[in-house]
Design a protein around this ligand. Sequence first.
Ligand code: UT7
Length: 322
Amino acid sequence: MTYSRVVGTGSYLPPQILTNADLEKKVDTSDQWIVERTGIRERRVAGPEETSCSMGVEAARRALTSANLAPTDVDLIIVATTTPDLVFPATACLLQERLGMRNCPAFDVQAVCSGFIYALAIADKFIRTGGARRALVIGTETFTRILDWTDRGTCVLFGDGAGAVIVEASESPGILSSHLHADGRYADLLCVPSGVSKGYDKVIASQAYVHMAGSEVFKVAVRVLGEVVDEALEANGMQRSDIDWLVPHQANIRIISATAKKLGLPMERVVTTVDRHGNTSAASIPLAFDEAVRDGRIKRNQVVLMEGVGGGFTWGSVLLKY
Ligand code: UT7
């Protein structure tokens, strides 16, 4: 049986830091409110020349270096992003060119904050079925570009960054399971309510930015992530105690704590970056994973549960043995 196994990780954060104190000067908010309700203290903001592609390239290079591989060793690129550089071509194609890679499939996945889970699950299926031997999977976002900086309900929550993993075919696990879900009935709760299909002339400024019904999103997120935990454990015949690490999407520390509680995991076994990164959408899981791999918390053969939920709604999990 062929599995896909993580052989490299990398990430990139833009240098510019935006603190809660900085936001207090922009909107009617407070450091205390943001910390208590979300756990966020600061987030990164992409510089004027930085894009989802440029940050993804940096994360990819670091992942390749950690795996001791050249770009040409990769035969599949999947980029999860909600904030592509262009309407087309796909950010994955732009990134392929910048890395000097030729003639491997390269495409984007749009599943918002669950994008990395979707992308990793797709890469796993390619590898298991022999469609690829080694895949570069990236989550990268310039989410601050689609924020309304006068809306305190959303602008305090998000940040920019990129994370990457390389997965390759292996006789031993590897990714043990992936589960993907979507329910378009919740589309209005979290969206940017405009797009190219209606025509550029129809886009009005107020619709070009993130709209969110925060507390409703919160309730759905806690519920579906609880279901995802049960689903992943059951599919693998595992107990809660078999999970060594939870690497969750980093939207809100209260949502993360609820999932950890469901798993019976102490917070020391949960990788959290939300305090320093905010919600970086598709980038948040690979950013957190890379941090915990690099600082030695996540060790080889440990069992890691990744989970995420986001606009769509989309949600899902990947359970892997690192
Ligand atoms: O990535 C996946 C998708 N996103 C999420 O998972 C986010 C999910 N939602 C959340 O994380 C939380 O719902 C929020 C952090 C967005 C909001 O927390 P909440 O505890 O659900 O607050 P709320 O929306 O019920 O608002 C409570 C109060 C309101 O005031 P009133 O109506 O009680 O007077 C808001 O107007 O807090 C007010 N408020 C703020 N106050 C200070 C909302 N935003 C802010 C703010 N600063 N930035």
